[in-house]
Design a protein around this ligand. Sequence first.
Ligand code: TXA
Ligand code: MG
Length: 317
Amino acid sequence: MATISSDIHPAISFLQSGELVAIPTETVYGLAGNALRGDAVAKIFSVKDRPFFDPLIIHVPDFVSIQQWTLSVPDKAKILATQFWPGPLTLLLPRNNVIPEFVTAGLETVCIRCPDHLLTRQLLRALPFPLAAPSANPFGYISPTTPTHVQDQLGTKIPYILDGGECKVGIESTIVGFDGPQVVVYRLGGLSLEKLEYAIGPVEVRLNTSSNPVAPGLLHSHYAPRKRLLLGNLDTLIAEHGSSAAVLAYKTKRNLVDDTRQRILAPSGNLAEAAQNLFGMLRALDQTDAPIILAEPVPEIDLGRAINDRLRRAAAG
Ligand code: TXA
Ligand code: MG
């Protein structure tokens, strides 16, 4: 199994020798490797069992360093990075030739972000290369938000998990690109549309749900537990499927369902708390002996949009 520790020095050594390390970020744990080394990036795809056509995000210690990897940075990207980095925002920018094609799946763009986690930023500053890091889960499954989640699924395939505790945000970064003057959101995530629009004005949301997506990680079915998940009116679903089902409620406990098979995302209704709990609770319910998971949408505002997006994709699995 992988060593779990908060010491960054072994992480530095492993990454320098082309090995993979799971790293903490504020969103979810990442499976990191040297973005400039073909063998390291190939390992990322094989450990995750991820299709090669699905490009990776590269992680940098600060905004200044993105000039090294991009052809141009629109003014609006600078405004957003100034305001939200380090943080749960990924910028989709035209890449230069230094970024290898195996990172971007041959695309002319590259996704870049600066994660808001002390240990990982120390690590990034100590390394002479950026880190390519998708979420540290098998392709298509729920993203990990604790070192144990990573250990459970990838522990036999990687040497080291950098322990940065539980992820604060709990859902992946918001992906933002630029189509001429238009700011486009390609993935809803830990930075809300409300905050984005307050900073930059109206944005267009272009989530890909077709069977031939631009960004395959945005496949209609993704973030899915092994069990079937149904999303809808929870009381109706419980009436239909019986009280032996596992239940993921927004804020109100259902008395018909046993506590061991029930999780409440946020008893107070706080959507940031719900986001932080989402993936861990889905995993826990996936591990019960219930035949099915029943869930209800949360309010479609702030982080609720990204939570509902994940629940819809999990339900499409
Ligand atoms: O919060 C996050 O972003 C986490 C942490 C670890 O940083 N990372 C993450 O990576 O969620 P991943 O690989 O699980 O999701 C990245 C998404 C995928 O849907 C991928 O298809 C898309 O970003 N993507 C990456 N590069 C792209 C590009 N050049 N054009 C379009 N989509 C891209
Ligand atoms: Mg992922």
